[in-house]
Design a protein around this ligand. Structure first.
Ligand code: PEP
Ligand code: MN
Length: 365
């Protein structure tokens, strides 16, 4: 799929102000809750109301959503507030019900984007409609799967499309509920610059105290919109209680956001930026040079080990290297996580070099 200038038009028409905000509860719970949150959200000047009607739960026994009855509550909320209504759909049956009830925006959840069969079923069901379709990133960090979901919707003739970045699931505990892996979303933005990118700081952080911070990060990276879970009584929400904010908190978060210019043509800015970028380029070249030199030494170590018939990996030595680099990194204000990832990658490459040397030597008569 190529970039298409039509992709961003729906958003321009909707939100003169930046960013576009979609807000509402994780789940529709009762008619009263839906109406109260919708009123609160409307007061913040938000154009789109979200609510989960069918909830994909990790384990059975959780609250699985109120089902189609919730669509009637959304109709009431829409009639009263004039907000556009957004719901998650995970099957053709959901799509049909949502369309029958005048829902304006359909989003495909992270657990559905991973499944091309379901995405295709949804694409077939929305074919020919002029609804806005938003595709959340898949739960696993896989750009092709995300792009594939967007392409299936595009191939169904839909042009009002957006991508929602809600972070990626990891086995290890991090400070995020779902690790943002910003570079994956930025690569999507690079490939499809006119596709609106919307950040979901609620599911990325899992914590209401971090929503302002991650929303600002998204704006700094030129995201066009935010989806923020908002509830009238967050602590007693039936799903995702820890990450929802009240409409009042939503208003404060939005007020505090600083919207940056996507670019600045003024001479001094351009000059200063290019000066800094050239220094970065210089360091990047030095890094590559140093890595090349390091691997040449790894080749020599490989030859030596082969000669003495010693195994490629000595775990003790590797632990020493990691510990030393972690403490040197800390001194330079480099995060532990970064040092670990960097040196694991370097170690892998080093092993590959040593193995190549050993194999080559083995081929000799
Ligand atoms: C949601 O938006 O409430 C939801 C279920 O999100 P995700 O698909 O990102 O987990
Ligand atoms: Mn949720």
């Amino acid at each position: 799929m190529e970039n298409d200038i039509q992709l961003g038009r729906w958003l321009e028409g909707l939100s003169k102000e930046k960013p576009l905000v979609i807000a509402g509860p994780c789940s529709a719970e009762t008619e009263e809750q839906v109406l109260k949150v919708a009123r609160g959200v409307a007061q913040c000047g938000v154009p789109i109301f979200r609510a989960g009607i069918w909830k994909p739960r990790t384990r059975p026994g959780g609250f699985e959503g109120v089902g189609a009855i919730g669509l009637k509550w959304l109709q009431k909320a829409k009639a009263e507030t004039r907000l556009l209504m957004a719901v998650e759909v995970a099957s053709a049956a959901h799509v049909r019900l949502a369309l029958d009830h005048g829902v304006d925006v359909l989003w495909i959840g992270a657990r559905t984007t991973v499944n091309p069969f379901l995405v295709q079923e949804i694409a077939d069901a929305v074919e020919g409609s002029d609804k806005i379709i938003l595709v959340k990133n898949p739960v696993n960090p896989d750009l092709a799967l995300w792009l594939g979901g967007i392409e299936r919707i595009y191939n169904a003739g839909i042009r009002k499309i957006g991508a929602i970045h809600r972070g990626f699931s990891t086995y290890e505990k991090t400070r995020y509920r779902n690790n943002p892996e910003w570079q994956i979303a930025l690569e999507l933005q690079d490939r499809l610059p006119d596709l609106p990118l919307i950040c979901d700081p609620s599911h990325i952080t899992g914590k209401r105290s971090m929503i302002g911070e991650v929303s600002q990060q998204a704006l700094d990276l030129n995201y066009r919109g935010l989806m923020i879970e908002t509830h009238i009584d967050p602590d007693n929400a039936w799903s995702d209680a820890a990450q929802q904010v009240t409409p009042e908190m939503l208003g404060e978060i939005l007020k505090a956001l600083v919207v940056r210019n996507p670019d600045d043509d003024s001479d001094d800015f351009v000059r200063e930026l290019s000066k800094l970028r050239s220094r970065v380029d210089e360091f990047d070249s030095r890094i590559i040079e140093a890595l090349g030199n390091r691997m040449r030494i790894a080749d020599k170590i490989g030859a030596l080990k082969k000669e003495r018939n010693v195994a490629v990996i000595q775990p003790q030595r590797w632990r020493e290297v990691l510990n030393r680099m972690s403490s040197e990194g800390a001194r330079l204000n480099l995060s532990e996580d970064f040092i670990q990832k960097l040196f694991h990658a370097i170690h892998q490459e080093s092993i590959a070099h040593q193995q190549a040397v050993i194999r080559k030597n083995q081929e000799k008569p």
